[in-house]
Write a protein that binds this ligand. Structure first.
Ligand SMILES: *[C@@H]1O[C@H](CO)[C@@H](O)[C@H](O)[C@H]1NC(C)=O
Length: 179
């Protein structure tokens, strides 16, 4: 009487365990990958202005402008357990006010099947490069790095910083505020 249901139940349980094993295999076969890649970053035309950031206060803060080039081959990172990469370009620098400042200037999602060879020239940042004071003018060492979160089909969500960074300096004087 119950054989159909119990058979369906057995098949269902079996399918579930097979899927669990496959998912685990997907994770286990890839979790040791270092997901590393070398990144080539360059910047051009750094200028800095001093203007009010009205979203914070009326005080004038430093606002940096750069363009950047980005070259990297992220193809080797893609394997059967990588759904997409979330890339972000970070500027890191030291000021009198803070030991460490990190500003995300740009980000991008690369899906499996997208072109994973980055070759960008003369890019503008997506986000404003605000300092929370006057730490950009004459700053001698602003370092750009590209990092990525690996979004897997199964398993952990590794966060990786690409090897290869680029440092540049902002000019000694402010550019005019007239656009
Ligand atoms: C510039 O800053 C980076 C980290 O922000 C550091 O690794 C590097 O040594 C610094 N370079 C100089 C010349 O101070």
């Amino acid at each position: 009487m119950n054989t159909f249901l119990s058979r369906a139940n057995t098949i269902f349980a079996f399918t579930l365990s097979v899927m669990a094993v496959l998912t685990f295999g997907c994770f286990a076969s890839t979790f040791l990958n270092d997901n590393l890649a070398h990144v080539n970053i360059k910047t051009a035309k750094p200028i800095v202005k001093n203007m009010p950031d009205y979203s914070v206060s009326r005080e004038k803060n430093d606002l940096g402008f750069i363009t950047f080039d980005l070259r990297a081959d992220l193809n080797p990172i893609f394997n059967w357990n990588v759904k997409q990469l979330f890339l972000y370009l970070t500027a890191e620098y030291v000021t009198g006010k803070n030991v460490i400042n990190q500003v995300v200037l740009w980000d991008q999602i690369i899906k499996r099947g997208d072109n994973s060879i980055l070759d960008y020239h003369g890019m503008n940042p997506k986000y404003y490069f605000w300092d929370d004071g006057n730490g950009l003018r004459a700053n001698k060492n602003v370092t750009l790095t590209l990092s990525w979160n690996v979004i897997p089909n199964a398993g952990t969500l590794p966060k990786v910083m690409g090897s290869g960074s680029h440092s540049f300096a902002f000019p000694e004087s402010y550019a005019s505020n007239h656009f």
